[in-house]
Design a binder for this molecule. Structure first.
Ligand SMILES: [Zn+2]
Length: 253
């Protein structure tokens, strides 16, 4: 089975509604390769290691959450960027990237997939003034202590989370946003949740959690963002019958 690059792009644009997002990078096709696609590789970040792994699997397209050409980045092709682009172009591999659209999708998105894995029921958006809120607020199936939820996360994501206690309370209502969304802790507090979970943490986050009485969990930027692009790859495989490999290039952050 094979599909044309254009049909894949049309399908993904429609599925993820990528036109509707204001983002820090271009969503969709970032590097043009072959017209026909038989094998896709998905991964979190379009690193050199992921490109090499995709070449080994004869991939015609790579789909990632973190692509290239971010706002503010130097607009020249040198060093690391040169080596990555050179390899993609030499092997005529298409690079497709979906950033915020893949965080936000209500089924295939990073946040929806993480909730499914951790058995959290989404109820509303985290950003009260944004109808396309990336983060979510919801409920655990049963109340857990911070330590118990931490263990569950470690087992599921295969990575030890950093837990900051905000008090003795157990967790029932929780807000979450995958990636580097520690800045949304204030929005989580405004929802009156028991805990806030994201990928990364900053120094001030610890004091906010302690002083505002909300547990904080940094479960890993990479670890929380593996599941959207993986689900998207499986969805494409089901839809078009082409080959799909999700490749996890480990990243401790
Ligand atoms: Zn991210």
């Amino acid at each position: 089975m094979a599909i044309s690059r254009q049909s894949l792009l049309d399908f993904l644009g429609q599925t993820l509604e990528s036109q509707l997002f204001k983002d820090y990078c271009p969503n969709g096709l970032q590097v043009e390769g072959k017209d026909q696609i038989k094998t896709i590789v998905t991964g979190v970040t379009a690193s050199l290691a992921l490109i090499k792994a995709a070449i080994e699997r004869n991939a015609d397209a790579i789909i990632v959450h973190h692509g290239y050409f971010w706002k503010g980045e130097a607009p020249v092709v040198t060093g690391m960027k040169k080596r990555r682009l050179e390899l993609l172009l030499k092997h005529e591999i298409n690079l497709l990237a979906y950033h915020l659209p893949l965080d936000a999708h209500s089924e295939l998105g990073n946040n929806a997939q993480l909730a499914k894995l951790l058995n959290i029921k989404p109820e509303s958006g985290l950003e009260q003034d944004n109808p396309r809120s990336i983060g979510l607020v919801g409920c655990l199936a049963e109340p857990l202590s911070l330590g118990e939820l931490g263990e569950q996360i470690q087992l599921t994501l295969r990575r030890e989370p950093l837990l900051i206690s905000g008090g003795d309370h157990s967790i029932r209502r929780i807000a979450w946003c995958t990636g580097a969304a520690q800045g949304f802790i204030d929005q989580a507090i405004a929802h009156g949740v028991d805990a806030y979970l994201t990928g990364e943490i900053s120094e001030p986050t610890v004091h906010t959690a302690r002083e505002m009485g909300v547990h904080f969990i940094a479960a890993g930027h990479h670890a929380t963002e593996r599941y959207g692009v993986k689900a998207l790859g499986e969805h494409i495989q089901e839809q078009f019958g082409i080959k799909h490999h999700f490749i996890d290039i480990d990243n401790p952050v």
